[in-house]
Write a protein that binds this ligand. Structure first.
Ligand code: PHE
Length: 452
């Protein structure tokens, strides 16, 4: 950390762009759509919206309170507020730093697929998907170990390059350019989709209450929707705490929280409207699973006019969105290292990048059926899915629970009030975070466990 100013955000726009950049990512564009698809549509989306509004937003505010008061990463902030390294609550921070590390390791693999689709799309276009089997293409391209390791490596490198430059010169600058770009691209896709016959079917599918898919119930879909809401809003890991530490005391964290949650939710819904009309129009399967964006969309791009343009724009969008999220994950884990060791920021970022990259190879291995020794060593088929589920269903809710209990039961009400700086919101927020949120998270968490 070379200069102190670089450790703070310069403007409100920069804070919102970077935090929304963290929130808007593959979770919105890839995860939300395939989960809405496999979970039957409307009910999942409604439970997701409920989770964002009544649990996600207050938890995000909780993290803003901790980070701006504690002025550190997830561990450092709690230590600073407690005035001791021995507080049992720091465990939440360690879970968080671990969680962003684990997520980043597999996130970079998915971002690598996006990059390889983009490169191939730029070279060959998407018309080939009118004749070839896109699922086979997905298996084949994601199974090319050499290509994917290179793409994953490039993505981690891009992430490292941004984070190396610090908050103001790296993260804030890049987010201010990329977020509006991303919004413009997705809007363009949705506008185009308005002309497709499958558009109204998509609206019904996404927003009308639906039957639960076979074998699923309220008690399995709700945890899935809450997990998705937490993941999508970057909650429960301290990523927001880490950005909040760089937010000036004069800024209003209530409006920042509302703006970020609004952008994130809007983009998830727009992503649904960018993806499903193509799927329904082309008669593809909405419940295709994790491959949805990768398997289904190219087929749509092959059929639409200007498919070359829209297809490449879409995959560019995936890479851009993934990057503004991955920098936030890396920054979160990095902060823990910088707080505890006298590392130079650049060196620490590079080293962490290398470790993330190698750990990510375990997730990569699951998709490379050809030559992988790693697969033999780890039995890693499905490692990516397992990491995804482990973080989403266990680490993230646990982290969110610890942060809210910390704020509700451990922090002084005056400190919370000072951070919130609004009497009406404090009056609702403090008891809500104490009595309602932990119970809601626990009930959903346990019902998820019981119905597995
Ligand atoms: N919110 C990001 C997404 O939706 C993922 C993320 C998780 C980003 C944790 C930062 C920290 O893709």
């Amino acid at each position: 950390m070379t200069n102190n100013n670089n450790d703070k955000f310069k403007s409100k726009l920069g804070i919102v762009a970077a935090t929304a950049g963290s929130a808007v990512g593959l979770g919105n564009l890839w995860g939300f759509s395939y989960k809405a698809g496999t979970n039957g549509g409307g009910n999942f989306v409604l439970l997701y919206l409920f989770s964002v509004l009544f649990i996600g937003i207050p938890v995000m505010l909780t993290e803003f309170v901790i980070g701006r008061e504690g002025k550190g990463g997830p561990v450092g902030s709690i230590e600073n507020i407690e005035g001791s390294k021995k507080s049992p609550f720091v465990i939440g921070g360690y879970f968080g730093a671990l969680c962003t590390f684990l997520i980043l390791s597999f996130y970079s693999v998915i971002a690598g697929w996006s990059l390889s689709y983009l490169v191939d799309g730029l070279i060959h276009g998407f018309s080939q998907f009118a004749t070839i089997d896109s699922a086979e293409y997905f298996t084949s391209i994601s199974g090319q170990l050499g290509l994917q390791v290179v793409c994953q490596g490039i993505f981690v490198l891009l992430t490292v390059c941004v984070v190396m430059f610090g908050i103001q010169n790296g993260i804030e600058k890049i987010s201010k350019i990329m977020m509006p770009l991303l919004f413009a691209i997705i809007l363009l896709l949705v506008l185009y989709n308005l002309t497709l016959p499958g558009f109204s079917e998509s609206v019904d599918f996404l927003f009308m209450p639906s039957a639960f898919p076979e074998g699923e119930s309220f008690f399995t879909i709700f945890p899935a929707a809450l997990g998705q809401a937490f993941f999508s809003l970057s909650l429960g890991m301290g990523a927001i705490i880490t950005y909040a530490r760089a937010v000036d005391d004069s800024e209003n964290i209530n409006t920042i929280t509302a703006q970020v949650a609004f952008c994130d939710t809007l983009i998830a819904l727009l992503a649904g409207l960018a993806i499903f009309p193509i799927i329904f129009t082309a008669g593809l399967d909405a419940a295709a699973g994790p491959g949805l964006a990768f398997v289904a969309l190219p087929v749509g791009f092959a059929q639409m006019p200007f498919g070359y343009l829209f297809g490449n724009l879409f995959f560019l969008l995936l890479v851009v969105a993934a990057l503004t999220s991955s920098i936030s994950m890396l920054e979160n884990t990095l902060t823990l290292i910088l707080e505890n060791f006298k590392f130079n920021r650049r060196v620490a970022t590079m080293l962490l990048g290398v470790v993330v990259f190698f750990f990510g190879l375990l997730s990569q291995a699951g998709f490379n059926y050809s030559s992988s020794i790693l697969q033999l060593v780890t039995g890693a088929t499905g490692f990516l899915d397992q990491l995804d589920a482990f973080t989403m269903y266990y680490l993230i809710p646990l982290g969110a629970l610890i942060f809210t209990i910390f704020v509700g039961y451990r922090m002084k009400p005056e400190t919370i009030k000072k951070q919130i700086n609004n009497d009406t919101i404090s009056k609702i927020f403090i008891p809500y975070v104490k009595y309602i949120i932990p119970i809601l998270i626990l009930i959903i968490f346990i019902s998820g466990l019981l119905s597995k």
